[in-house]
Design a protein around this ligand. Structure first.
Ligand code: F6P
Length: 328
């Protein structure tokens, strides 16, 4: 049996995502409910190394459920990747008498937690928070739904101008290694083509598809491109290539960038974050460690952190097929 947990540290790390605040609120209030102390760690692992902590009670998290970003701030710490950095972090944890950690973030965050808890006896539970939705062990990560809604709203606006000028728009969305945002927002916004890293479309096929679209009588088109897609890696070069090879098209590019990470979280993300935060606290109090909480078939389930990091959350290929039919 592990040591009794009296104080839990919570942090957000990696790219911020809408709903992270709701997850912090949930962890803090669940701690209070179960009468354990809660400490917020600023700037992820970097704040852990520097002992940048704040005591949090239920009133410290008032009115943050609706706010984007993260009140604890976030960082990608290079120092934590070193043994020295992790040793400093452990000393700070011991000084502050923090017994366990809840890590809100993506796979980089969870990898850090796994290494740390294998070197030192600190139980860790992961809560998936990233707009990319690229984490195994959950159908949805916190922030993904909000990002999808943002992207669909923006593509709708781009569609207005594309259609007014009879133009073809390449819209680049986030997703360094995964096409979840491009695929789902693409279908939701009625994109004619969708380019994602999981499906190598190839330039020839793209040109063929765009020719077919033109022949079918469409005067404007949208191609949703995930930033990690092979042929879309440089979306401006891709747009030039298409314009050179298909002079019938007038092409424009829109890179949506970090606006996709901001904004007030959707109701779905708030509820998800709240459910996952409570379960993360309960798992620690039950003596569990090295697990990630996630939503599978609308139930909160756990996955070993190791699996969450090593295995791939696969895209729904059915959506690709459906999107193809819709682009007729
Ligand atoms: O991991 C989430 C993500 O939004 C990726 O899709 C994107 O490539 C990356 O973060 C951008 O990170 P940064 O804000 O550090 O440039």
């Amino acid at each position: 049996m592990g040591k009794k947990i009296k104080k839990i540290g919570v942090m957000t790390s990696g790219g911020d995502a809408p709903g992270m605040n709701a997850a912090i609120r949930s962890v803090v209030r669940a701690c209070s409910y179960y009468r354990v102390e809660c400490v917020g760690i600023y700037r992820g692992y970097q704040g852990l190394i520097e002992g940048d902590f704040i005591n949090l009670g239920p009133r410290s998290v008032s009115n943050i459920i609706s706010r984007g970003g993260t009140m604890l701030k976030s960082a990608r710490s290079k120092e934590f990747r070193t043994k020295d950095g992790r040793e400093k972090a452990y000393k700070e944890l011991k000084n502050a008498e923090i017994d366990a950690l809840i890590l809100i973030g993506g796979d980089g965050t969870f990898t850090g937690g796994m290494v740390f808890s294998s070197e030192y006896d600190i139980p860790c539970i992961g809560v998936p928070g990233t707009i990319d939705n690229d984490i195994f062990g959950t159908s949805f990560t916190i922030g993904y739904d909000t990002a999808l809604n943002t992207v669909v709203e923006v593509i709708d606006k781009i569609r207005d101008t594309a259609s007014s000028h009879n133009r073809l728009f390449f819209v680049e969305v986030m997703g360094r290694d995964a096409g979840f945002i491009a695929l789902n927002a693409g279908v939701g916004a009625g994109a004619e083509e969708i380019l994602i890293p999981e499906e190598d479309m190839g330039l020839d096929r793209l040109l063929e598809c765009l020719k077919r679209t033109k022949r079918s009588g469409k005067s404007s088109s949208i191609v949703a491109v995930a930033e990690g897609d092979r042929i879309g890696k440089n979306v401006f070069e891709l747009a030039n290539y298409v314009e050179e090879n298909l002079p019938e098209y007038e092409v424009r590019v829109s890179v949506l960038g970090h606006m996709q990470r901001g904004g007030s979280p959707s109701c779905f993300d708030r509820v998800l974050a709240t459910r996952l935060g409570v379960r993360a606290v309960e798992l620690l109090l039950d003596g569990k460690s090295n697990l990630m909480v996630g939503l599978i078939n609308n139930k909160v389930e756990t996955t070993e952190l190791e699996h969450a990091v090593k295995e791939h959350h696969v895209i729904n290929r059915e959506l690709l097929r459906v999107s193809d039919i819709m682009s007729m």
